[in-house]
Design a protein around this ligand. Structure first.
Ligand SMILES: [Zn+2]
Length: 202
């Protein structure tokens, strides 16, 4: 989805309009940095001016109908005629710290795939190996992530790692740790989790 060149509303106008109407507490972005950071994921990116109500459905070119999103979030955003839904969506995804959004989404994807949380799996592995989450272990985790991210980036050639890749890297971290410390993984607990299809749980 590409931004229409004809949009006249400026980035400043959109920030000025919305900063007076929406509380930044419920957002991933601080209004002071909303000229440069995506309003949904909070990452510093080139921002696209996105219609809240699509122009194809009569949405106007005015600050009240424009939000600023990165290319990736723009592609994911709702294109509907009820203007409240854009803000419902942006607020639902808010995170408290910059540069954590896509990692957290990777954890959400991990939980969706494996029916257990990354944090719980990591805690189980550390407990079984009699380890604490100290600087050494955290350093090892960072090293594995760094290595896997490098491989994934080169292999796929995308400007970013998608959520399935992030979830996969999380999984590889756990497998690598478990192997290094000779701990069984996946655990028996995971094998006995209910296997209701995801489309029934919706
Ligand atoms: Zn974004």
């Amino acid at each position: 989805m590409s931004e229409r060149k004809s949009i006249k509303t400026t980035i400043s106008q959109a920030v000025d309009y919305w900063s007076k109407r929406i509380d930044e507490c419920g957002l991933s972005v601080d209004w002071a940095e909303a000229h440069t950071h995506c309003w949904r994921c909070g990452c510093e990116r080139n921002l696209e001016r996105c219609h809240i109500i699509p122009d194809s459905q009569g949405g106007e070119d005015a600050p009240r109908n424009i939000v600023l999103l990165c290319k990736r979030c723009h592609a994911d955003g709702p294109n509907v005629t009820d203007p409240e839904i854009m803000w419902d969506w942006i607020k639902a995804y808010s995170v408290p710290f910059y540069d954590t959004f896509w990692s957290i989404l990777g954890m959400k994807e991990y939980q969706f795939i494996y029916k257990t949380s990354y944090a719980k799996d990591l805690a189980d592995i550390l407990a079984a190996a009699n380890l604490e989450a100290d600087d050494q272990v955290l350093g090892e985790i960072k090293e594995i992530i760094h290595e896997e991210m490098g491989k994934a980036g080169v292999h796929f050639g995308h400007p970013y790692l998608n959520t399935a890749t992030m979830a996969g890297i999380n999984r590889i971290v756990l497998k690598t740790l478990a192997e290094k410390y000779n701990v069984e993984f996946p655990t028996k607990r995971e094998e006995t989790l209910p296997t209701t299809p995801w489309w029934i749980q919706c």
